[in-house]
Design a protein around this ligand. Structure first.
Ligand code: PMP
Length: 414
């Protein structure tokens, strides 16, 4: 009888008892239950709330004045071009779309740095993929190193580095009560960092606080990295949504110019509105061209072991936009419009209550309110205002019409 005939003939057993059955029954016993994602829970609560005046400041996506997260005009046009011209879905390789990474490097790093032979880059699935690939690279290169992250930071930072096997340490960053960066506290804590440790920095539009280091403070960070031998790892996920495309990249470029070893994890998911397409890139500056080639080989071999190769569509859209001058100009224009909306909302909120003046001084989609979990729950219950439990709000979730309602709901709690 052939194997095939045997399979056809045998009745499918309800369970097969063997010496390993007990082991198999405990196959997943080592797993602990995981807490549900707080922001996803918030979406469900907001959806179920029947009040028409409810305000969703939870999830971190850009919204227009109608509360929508539209596909950008240039993205729609690029997708049409791709639909008409793409003639294969064959594999691209672990580095992804090479032209995408080259064109994007000019946006992120500027033309001079983008041409450097000491800088190597690959496409990644989103900024998250870039952070993870960078973390894996560091775990290979410096398994004993610690990664220093600020308090607070994007909640995914610590798990991304920890899952890669690096130890994560926290430095002071932001004083919520005073609504300012605690730069002295940051520098004081980083005195504990060992040579070869990694310092994670938000290139612009800090998530969750919106607080930005001054030029002098960025210079001091560069000196600190140079003096103490810290590897700067920049997370740039909101270029163009703070002060402008060029302005938002200044700190990153300065670090690349000042330091021999720097890492940049980049996301196109906000500034091209491509969230679900997962578009990112990782660049590493090595001290020399030979090391750069070794770094690149390791980035590719690590990528092959994690996702093999990144998804194509979103990066192909970004490449198409950057290849066509008129699409590129329209993308930059729409990004300007998005940024102006956010910054106008910041000013409108600040003008309503002098205690909220800090919101106008900060940049990007987020701000952190000086409120506790009790106040967050009360605003949800009494005013239909939804925000993360730590008081982080997505400014773009506001509209010109609902700012007074928001400030009135918040006022008793600050
Ligand atoms: N870094 C920061 C600071 C972010 O806020 C985000 C997205 N919320 C990312 C990285 C990851 O972006 P992506 O969606 O491209 O993975």
């Amino acid at each position: 009888m052939t194997d095939h005939a045997l399979l056809d003939a045998a009745p499918v057993p309800a369970s097969v008892l063997g010496r390993g059955t007990a082991t198999l029954q405990n196959a997943f016993a080592g797993l602990l239950e995981q807490p549900a994602d707080g922001l996803l829970g918030l979406i469900a609560l907001h959806r179920a709330d029947p009040r028409p005046e409810k305000i969703d400041l939870g999830v971190g996506v850009f919204r227009n004045d109608a509360g929508a997260t539209p596909v950008m005009r240039a993205v729609k046009e690029a997708e049409e071009i791709l639909l008409g011209s793409q003639d294969t879905k064959s594999y691209l390789g672990a580095e992804g779309d090479v032209a995408y990474a080259e064109l994007l490097a000019e946006i992120a790093l500027g033309r001079a740095l983008a041409g450097s032979e000491r800088i190597v880059g690959v496409q990644t699935p989103g900024g998250t993929g870039a952070l993870r690939l960078g973390a894996e690279l560091l775990a290979r290169a410096r398994p004993q190193a610690s990664v220093w992250i600020g308090n607070p930071t994007w909640p995914n930072h610590a798990p991304i580095f920890a899952e890669a096997g690096l130890s994560v340490k926290t430095h002071r960053f932001y004083d919520v009560a005073r609504a300012t960066i605690d730069f002295d506290g940051m520098v004081h804590d980083l005195a504990q960092a060992a040579p070869g440790d990694i310092l994670l920095l938000h290139g612009c539009c800090h998530n969750p606080t919106g607080a930005a280091l001054s030029n002098e403070e960025w210079q001091a960070i560069a000196s600190l990295c140079a003096d103490r031998g810290l590897i700067a790892f920049v997370d740039l996920a909101y270029q163009g949504l703070g002060d402008g495309l060029e302005e938002d990249a200044q700190a990153t470029r300065m670090l690349f110019e000042a330091l021999p070893a720097v890492i940049l994890a980049y996301s196109c998911d906000k500034n091209f509105g491509l969230y679900r397409e997962r578009v990112g890139a990782l660049w590493v500056q090595a001290p020399g061209t030979q090391v750069a080639a070794t770094v690149r080989g390791n980035m590719l071999s690590l990528a092959r072991g994690i996702w093999s190769m990144p998804p194509d569509h979103g990066a192909a859209v970004v490449r198409t936009i950057l290849e066509h001058p008129e699409l590129r100009a329209d993308w930059a224009r729409e990004l300007d419009e998005m940024r102006h909306r956010i910054n106008l909302l910041r000013q409108t909120v600040a003008a309503q209550d002098s205690r909220l003046g800090f919101i106008a001084r900060q940049r990007g989609m987020f701000a952190m309110l000086p409120v506790d979990g009790v106040a967050v729950a009360a605003m949800r219950r009494d005013n239909g205002i939804y925000m993360a439990g730590n008081g982080r709000i997505n400014i773009a979730g506001l509209t010109a019409q609902n700012v007074p309602l928001f400030v009135a709901g918040l006022a008793p709690h600050i």
